[in-house]
Design a protein around this ligand. Structure first.
Ligand code: AVJ
Length: 321
């Protein structure tokens, strides 16, 4: 059969690039930063001293793992430990080890969009904590939840860690939590990590490291357009820029064009003009206070069962039921 190359169906990424770069003001979605190179850069970000979030959540898990493990278990009842956006699972391992120690009856089901991340995670778990029964699930969160909810009945504990919820504005977070709650039954739990408001300088430093790792991470979205859509974007002609509004708690990442320039995206047959200092908004990283988390829970029909705070008061993990 002959294939008409001019009728190829565009991917989600291609559609969003077209939509976002022809929009005024320009925007691109941070979810497209994460290809295998983006995943690696994010792992480097988690190792940076300025990126306090990882250490804070790590500390909470280490200090409270017995109690967290207890909360997840309902006697010896079997449960699924489902992780949304598992990444390299470095913090989750602390909880997995505790659950194994407590002889909990569970299956670990990490969900991620990235094949390579899941393969690495599975190998690491089998190597480091072979007692854990792991089933990796590749896809988007709700696609997978739809699929695994068919085999009903088993209790679910859903992990949404690392301030991943911070990529959503409040309205989107409420929609997301509501949607998630549709998949949950009476005994099911949601364990979520929220990054809290703090000295605005501390927040800015976390998203603007002097080594430029965060800049490379942000620019990877343009690099992907170059690689996957045969574009000619000169990454050096864009500036990574971070702002933080201490009132709303919203940190925003931008890529700013350093000059008047145009780029051509061959695969989309699309030319995009940039004025000097024109922006592309790429990411939001929302920071919360207690009041706002309580409001989110209420708006999405969840009950707050428990919260854990790190010693600096930078970060909190909540148990929602
Ligand atoms: C993975 C979304 C939680 O917003 O803090 C890190 C991503 N962006 N540095 C965050 C990120 C720039 C991160 N999340």
């Amino acid at each position: 059969m002959k294939r008409k190359t001019n009728m190829v169906v565009p991917t989600e990424f291609e559609k969003e690039v077209y939509e976002g770069l022809t929009h005024s003001p320009k925007h691109l979605s941070s979810k497209y930063i994460y290809d295998s190179y983006g995943d690696r850069l994010f792992q480097e970000i988690m190792d940076m001293p300025e990126y306090y979030l990882t250490n804070a959540e790590h500390q909470i898990f280490n200090s409270h793992k017995e109690e967290i493990s207890n909360i997840f278990q309902n006697g010896n009842e079997k449960f699924k430990l489902i992780e949304l956006g598992a990444g390299d699972g470095r913090k989750t391992k602390i909880l997995l080890e505790q659950l194994v120690k407590d002889k909990a009856n569970f299956k670990y089901q990490p969900i991620d969009i990235s094949h390579s991340v899941l393969a690495q995670l599975e190998a690491a778990i089998q190597n480091e904590i072979p007692e854990v029964c792991i089933e990796t699930l590749q896809g988007t969160y709700f696609e997978i939840l739809n699929r695994i909810n068919i085999e009903n009945g088993t209790k679910k504990v859903i992990l949404f860690l690392g301030s991943n919820i911070g990529n959503l504005l409040h309205d989107q977070a409420i929609d997301f939590l509501n949607h998630l709650r549709d998949f949950m039954h009476d005994d099911d739990l949601l364990f979520v990590g929220f990054d809290h408001k703090k000295n605005p300088q501390t927040v800015l430093n976390a998203y603007n490291d002097p080594a430029g790792i965060t800049s490379d991470f942000n620019k990877n979205i343009l690099a992907r357009i170059n690689r996957e859509m045969d574009a000619d974007i000169d990454l050096d002609q864009f500036l990574h820029w971070e702002v933080y509004d201490p009132e709303s708690g919203t940190a925003k990442s931008y890529l700013v064009s350093k000059k008047d320039q145009s780029v051509f995206i061959k695969k989309l047959d699309l030319k995009i003009n940039f004025n000097a200092w024109e922006t592309i908004h790429t990411e939001i990283s929302q920071k919360y206070d207690d009041h706002t988390v309580e409001w989110l829970a209420e708006q999405s029909g969840f009950q707050i069962e428990k919260k854990f705070v790190d010693t600096k008061g930078y970060y909190q993990n909540y148990v929602f039921a």
